[in-house]
Write a protein of this length. Structure first.
Length: 266
């Protein structure tokens, strides 16, 4: 284990750049995982960290101490003072452990006949991560993101995704209308308005591509023009709309519910 106590240390400076700059992470093809749960999710996916970074306080925590004692999980372990670690941590209350790992390669092709979740301009990292988590839990393995979405491998999206990234095929900077125009299943977008039909009126047993739009503007016109059907979520309580992550969860698990319905015997 290597100890770093100075902000002038070259490795600390490099780590700080990696933690704070999306451009630096893309250039290095590396990701930053914050917290023991994400480290364990990485290992469960069959991948190994390139480097582990812990704080003085973190190494005293039982789960981190057990992790460090259970074998050679990583050849490089760095310990920082709590003050230095706090400069790297993406949250106000540091977890005490970060892992640096190689950014997984993007799947070579999109699946034009399988289930998909499409995100159009969803910019809040928490919303993107939450939708990835719902998609993975619902069995949707393919997620396509437009160019103006939050960066899918950013530390905040990773933290909100709670390990879902390692269960999904993720495609960034996708031209969504092109995918939708070639898609062989049923494409649907959530939208308000008289031309939308109710979610619970849909038949969702076949392959479906769910499209969810940005927090403010919703699905953009060129994407909306490419979907087969517009769907509204019933809201009898009188609210105007749902948070996009909540809307995605409702739609994805309505799909799960319909597919798990037992046939009715006569």
């Amino acid at each position: 284990m290597k100890y770093i106590v100075s902000r002038e240390n070259p490795r600390f400076k490099a780590l700080k750049k990696l933690c704070q700059s999306g451009r630096e992470r893309r250039k290095a093809r590396q990701i930053v995982l914050d917290g023991m749960h994400l480290v364990e999710s990485l290992l469960a996916s069959g991948r190994s960290p390139l480097e582990i970074v812990i704080s003085d306080a973190g190494k005293a925590r039982s789960e981190i101490a057990r992790f460090l004692e259970t074998g050679e999980k990583c050849s490089s372990v760095i310990c920082l003072s709590d003050a230095l670690f706090a400069e790297l941590a993406p949250v106000e209350t540091p977890s005490g452990i970060l892992a640096i790992a190689s950014m997984p390669d993007e799947a070579m092709r999109v699946d034009l006949a399988g289930d998909a979740v499409l995100l159009d301009g969803v910019q809040d990292p928490g919303n993107v991560g939450s939708i990835l988590r719902s998609a993975a839990a619902a069995g949707f393995r393919q997620v396509l993101l437009s160019e103006d979405c939050a960066q899918v491998w950013s530390p905040k999206v990773l933290r909100a995704g709670m390990g879902a990234h390692f269960l999904l095929n993720l495609h960034e900077s996708v031209r969504l209308p092109e995918f939708l125009n070639e898609y062989r299943g049923l494409s649907m977008a959530t939208a308000l308005g008289a031309d939308s039909t109710g979610l619970y009126e849909q038949r969702l047993q076949g392959a479906v591509a769910w499209v969810f739009g940005s927090e403010g503007a919703g699905v953009c016109p060129d994407v909306m023009a490419s979907v087969a059907r517009r769907v509204r979520i019933p809201m009898p309580g009188g609210c105007e709309s749902l948070n996009v992550a909540a809307a995605a969860a409702v739609c994805l698990f309505e799909t799960v519910r319909q597919r798990n319905l037992a046939p009715v015997s006569c």
